[in-house]
Design a protein around this ligand. Structure first.
Ligand code: S3P
Length: 441
């Protein structure tokens, strides 16, 4: 794949029906959960991207076999104690924070030691958030300042824990749940709500999970350790990938898009609620339930009536991966948009708060940035004429893709670097854009 893309014209009006690839969070969870099941599990429409491939290679290193072709992905689980691997086995999580943090949980009973490593961007991200609970369970962990590479050794006698999670991080919550799955006794997590795919999968597999909702928190309790059988799963489209096309339609004149068969789990649809509050025209059609998740077609169309938003902080976790797109929409909305308590964006594949702020300033939008907030002075007449170069974003796939959407909707001449980063989550992103009429060189 080429590393640089050039865009020097907006996308022409379109009216399209598309499919986006399978959901990344669900694909990785499927692989990890199937690795602990007894017998064969099968997933259809699994995402075939860098992060998901890293997950498959990781379970293979731990002694779990898999087969993958264009139609399906089969995993041959060996039950809760089924990992077999040599001392000092290396697991490379690549760019995937989700894989690295979730697999940590599965290594609670690792009999031999593992070296968990990742790429340059992942090696700059904080792991204390999972090291802390995993030490409480009884894992032995050696690291330099809580960054990858980290040496992990499990325990024969894991202890259930009570943990308070205050970041609203689904990765931390899921790491603890996966460890609790292999730990006899009741583990309790009091946490700020975040994406809940792991909990829904547990319920579907009839694992003993209980969830109590309180005002700003949830109390989750799980009684481990219970084996379960292999299962089948059809992975729906990824709302995070869909969001690039929703915003493309919103910001392109006279355009419409229908995105088929997307996961619309409430813990993921913050972007839809935020954009609707900003007067975007978006609707769900054909809503269906599937194994505890909701799936629908998403319809979106362009509008020039966008209004600013004072974004409620309880939307933050529900739209955590979509803020760059939301910032872009805010730059075309009338008025000043305000986003608060979003410091977590600084700890993603790149510092997305800084990247978003710099991108907006580059295109002439005034902002006010603090450690954990951003104000955006929108300009509904924004129409670019200059040249823009996007580089130095730690190869963050979402930073890269949002630059394409900016280029195709705002005008100007763009040079975007490190486009191979996109294969982390959405390998056919550029092909799909071209099919919709985008001119990209
Ligand atoms: C994810 C959780 C989120 C999100 C990431 C995927 C998951 O991370 O940003 O892309 O699948 O659990 P945090 O838990 O760090 O918020």
């Amino acid at each position: 794949m080429k590393r640089v893309a050039y865009i020097d014209q907006k996308i022409h009006k379109f009216n399209k029906k598309i499919y986006v690839p399978g959901d990344k969070s669900l694909s990785i969870r499927f692989i990890l959960m199937a690795s602990q099941a007894i017998g064969k599990s099968v997933a259809y429409n699994i995402l075939k991207s860098g992060d998901v491939l890293s997950a498959l290679i990781a379970i293979k290193k731990l002694g779990i076999n898999y087969k993958i072709n264009n139609k399906k992905c089969e995993i041959f689980g060996m039950g809760l104690n089924g990992f077999k691997f040599k001392n000092n086995t290396i697991i490379d999580a690549g760019n995937s924070g989700t894989l690295a943090r979730l697999i940590f949980g599965l290594l609670i009973d690792a009999r031999n030691s593992i070296l968990l490593k990742g790429d340059k961007s992942l090696s700059k991200r904080d792991f204390y958030r999972v090291i802390k609970p995993m030490k409480m369970f009884g894992q032995t962990i050696k690291s330099k300042n809580n960054f990858l590479p980290i040496k992990i050794k499990g325990t024969e006698y894991p202890r259930p824990i009570d943990f308070l999670e205050t970041k609203g991080s689904a990765q931390v919550k899921s790491c603890i749940l996966l460890s609790a799955m292999k730990t006899p006794g009741i583990t309790k997590i009091k946490c700020i709500p975040s994406r809940d795919h792991t909990e829904r999968l547990f319920k579907y597999l009839k694992l003993p999970i209980k969830i109590k909702k309180e005002k700003n928190f949830e109390i989750i309790s799980f009684n481990g350790k219970k084996n379960y059988k292999g299962f089948n799963y059809i992975i729906p489209g990824d709302i995070s990938s869909s969001s690039f096309f929703i915003v493309l339609a919103l910001l392109s004149k006279n355009s419409k898009i229908l995105i088929k068969n997307v996961n619309i789990n409430k813990s993921r649809t913050g972007i839809i609620d935020i954009l609707k509050k900003m007067k975007a025209k978006i609707s769900f059609k054909n809503i269906q339930n599937y194994k505890g998740e909701k799936v629908a077609d998403i319809f979106a169309q362009s509008t020039d009536k966008l209004k600013s938003i004072d974004c409620p902080i309880n939307m933050n976790s529900r739209s955590i991966d979509e803020f760059l797109l939301i910032f872009l929409v805010a730059s075309k909305a009338k008025g000043i948009s305000k986003f608060k308590k979003i410091e977590e964006l600084r700890y993603k594949e790149t510092d997305r708060l800084m990247f978003g702020n710099n991108l907006l300033n580059k295109i002439g939008i005034k902002t006010k940035l603090t450690r954990d907030s951003l104000e955006i002075y929108g300009n509904p007449n924004l129409n670019l004429k200059s040249t823009y170069e996007i580089k130095k974003f730690d190869k963050d796939h979402r930073a890269c893709m949002v630059s394409f959407i900016a280029a195709l909707t705002l005008g100007g001449k763009w040079k975007i670097h490190d486009i191979d980063s996109i294969k982390t989550s959405f390998p056919n992103f550029i092909t799909l854009l071209k099919q919709m009429g985008a001119k990209i060189n």
